[in-house]
Design a protein around this ligand. Sequence first.
Ligand code: FES
Ligand SMILES: [Fe+2]
Length: 342
Amino acid sequence: MRVTQHPVLRRFWYAVMPLQALDEGPQPFTLLGEKLVLWKMADGTPAAAQDRCCHRTAQLSKGWVEGDHIVCGYHGWRYDCSGACVKIPQLADDHKIPAGARVNAYRCQARFGYAWVALDEPLVPLIDTPEENDPAFRRIHQFDETWRTGALRLMENSFDTAHFAFVHKGTFGQFEQPKPEFFEIRETDYGFEAEVIVPINNPPESHRITGSTEPTTKRHFHNQWHLPFLRRLGLVYPSGIHHTIFTSATPIDDERIQIIQWLYRNDTEEQCPAALLNEWDTKVVAEDKVILESVDPEAPIDVALRLEQHMPSDRPGVIMRRRLLELLRAHGELPQARTATT
Ligand code: FES
Ligand SMILES: [Fe+2]
């Protein structure tokens, strides 16, 4: 799937960067091949526009912010969050700003500590989650980095329990146990949810994370896939610790994603410091990164998945492909005659 070739994918919200990054000034980001500039307005609200000044094409991300406006670093033209040029310093005071002096602006909002952008009219509202307003939970920022892989590749990996025993044998995976103890998947309007129980290794460095000192424990997942590239991993340990991870495979282009991940826990910093959680998850995620950067970034969605059909652990990836195909077809982006293979 070439994500940049499907305009319907522009109609979803994507997490693009931590809001904190905008404290340093305007920042560039490429979303679905579109070059953007993001900045923070005076009240802290993020804004997004095309990263190309309409005067002589300089990147606005090389400029600076004044109040609510972004200022081009070349000749000082100023733009508001609607993309309209509101000041041209070279014009006489009584000269009106020409009507064509504007850049494309994009929907942008703050949520969960990140700036989110939808390039075109969103098909569904930006996701919410009960943990965000529940005082029993704390939110921890985990990752914001670029990987050389496709967005669908990260999503299929996120719901694929079969790789634990192999890719994660150095952390929590049980090499002798390649099958989950329990696996059930149910499609929903937003994508699907999957309930999975997996026995895992529990080395001493993960004891405070799992809340157990036993050499093995279980992960009971209630996971959700939100079309097109967002994963909610709802994990409960026998210790009663809830560990909810959100992972956005934000598509930069056809070959790169920005992996943005945050976590909710119903314990305290004293019980399990954020630094420890991030250190452990960095180790786990590095195992995925090596594999995911070795696969073809383009995950096919319209070819026969004969091998994948046989294994329950590949069902999530098969369903994803069918749902993405349905989405594309519904918006006239694939010939109707082409048949799904799932
Ligand atoms: S190129 Fe931006 S003000 Fe001239
Ligand atoms: Fe993994």
